[in-house]
Design a protein around this ligand. Structure first.
Ligand code: PHB
Length: 390
């Protein structure tokens, strides 16, 4: 082979490689799943990854002629890292959809990338109302704190709870939970003598709980993100707050099904409001819980898992509806307005707001077959995000 032939051969090889790459690109559909797999929010990452993989195992990884590829990245719940990973997934991996987002600051940091690149961004965990307004490419399959908190603001005063101190993590979802609970509870004639906010990172609940004890409210309303509930429950019980006649209430994040069993009998009777319980009594949920447990021994799905599972469903159905040909705008259009039965119950993606509409349940911690569950006893149907009207 002379020099010219050699250069020719190399050029041919390079162009063949490029062509095969573009064929591969053309036949794959990539989902960039950014989650906190380590650090304080690691349980959220573990739950959502397990649920996404279960959805793919149940529904196949070839959809509308495309091979679906899931690329999981650990952002350690640091928003700058989430943003950098999203940029890399869009520019280098050329993902079709961004998904995951364990905490609100991670979703907000990434929203501009979705807008600039016209990539749908499916929020499976984060739950501050304003996230869907940060980019027209955001679609949410988790929930909002406003949805859950308003339900508690109605339930508590009807059940002998007149004076409540609120205690929330000091960032987006906590501030929403405080605002929407308080607004509704005060409207219903309740009193909130004190609203306390604890730092998101490495919180020490002890001084706050001492203050609550001194104020002697009928109940303490709590929001902490999934994974932090056990620490609150432990310190609440250690300080004998329950014995002092103070009830613990909150959104269902505090009695998260991932941790609830480890909280012990002290958690019995705690009433929360939320969109999902492992114990939700439907055939769809029973099947989901069973399959999830089989694929992940020792783990039961919590509300984060359901956000991930339903998010995959929304992505798969959009891929089907666009026959594998859709760019970001077509996929987004096919995500809007989807309506289906989730393990949580009926759910739909409001086409106007791109936010989830679903039932909110009142639940009480009970023991069944030696395990603790959030057992649903009342329901508010088809709840839209109250945070959108303002
Ligand atoms: C959030 O950061 O938006 C978030 C995280 C965990 C939750 C709820 C909301 O349980």
């Amino acid at each position: 082979m002379n020099k010219r032939q050699f250069i020719h051969a190399i050029a041919l090889a390079v162009s063949l490689l490029a062509a095969s790459n573009s064929i591969a690109q053309g036949n794959t559909f990539k989902i960039g799943l950014i989650l906190p797999m380590t650090g304080q929010q690691a349980s959220t990452g573990r739950q959502i990854e397990a649920a996404a993989k279960l959805y793919m195992a149940q529904n196949g990884d070839t959809v509308a002629g495309k091979k679906v590829g899931l690329i999981v990245k650990d952002d350690t719940s640091i928003p700058d890292v989430t943003k950098r990973l999203a940029q890399d997934l869009v520019v280098n991996d050329k993902v079709n959809v961004l998904a995951g987002f364990g905490i609100t600051p991670s979703a907000l940091a990434t929203a501009p990338i979705a807008t600039q690149s016209k990539t749908p961004l499916v929020v499976m965990a984060a739950a501050t109302s304003s996230i869907t307004q940060a980019s027209p490419y955001v679609v949410r399959t988790s929930f909002t704190l406003a949805q859950a908190a308003v339900a508690m603001g109605d339930w508590a005063p009807k059940n002998g709870i007149k004076k409540v101190v609120t205690l929330v993590s000091d960032y987006g979802p906590g501030i929403d939970a405080e605002k929407y609970f308080k607004e509704r509870f005060l409207f219903n004639g309740g009193q909130v003598p004190e609203s306390l906010r604890v730092p998101l990172r490495n919180p020490d609940f002890a001084p706050f709980l001492q203050k609550v004890r001194d104020l002697k409210p009928d109940a303490l309303f709590v929001f902490v993100p999934s994974g932090a509930g056990a620490a609150v429950m432990k310190q609440f019980l250690e300080r004998g707050m329950d014995k002092a006649g103070i009830k613990l209430i909150g959104t269902g994040d505090v009695t998260d099904d991932d941790q609830l069993n480890g909280m012990g009998d002290g958690a019995l009777g705690v009433v929360t409001s939320h969109h999902y319980s492992t114990a939700h009594p439907s055939a769809v949920n029973k099947k989901f819980v069973e399959a999830f447990g089989k694929a992940n021994p020792g783990l039961r799905p919590n509300f984060m898992a359901v956000g991930g599972y339903d998010g995959m469903r929304v992505i798969y159905e959009a891929l089907k509806a666009t026959k594998g040909q859709g760019g970001g705008d077509a996929l987004l259009a096919a995500m809007k307005g989807q309506i289906f039965e989730s393990p949580r119950g009926p759910m739909f993606i409001d086409a106007q707001t791109r936010d989830v509409v679903h039932n909110i349940y009142l639940r009480k911690v009970e023991k069944k077959d030696g395990q603790l569950y959030n057992v649903e006893f009342d329901v508010i149907k088809d709840v839209k995000d109250p945070g959108k009207a303002k």
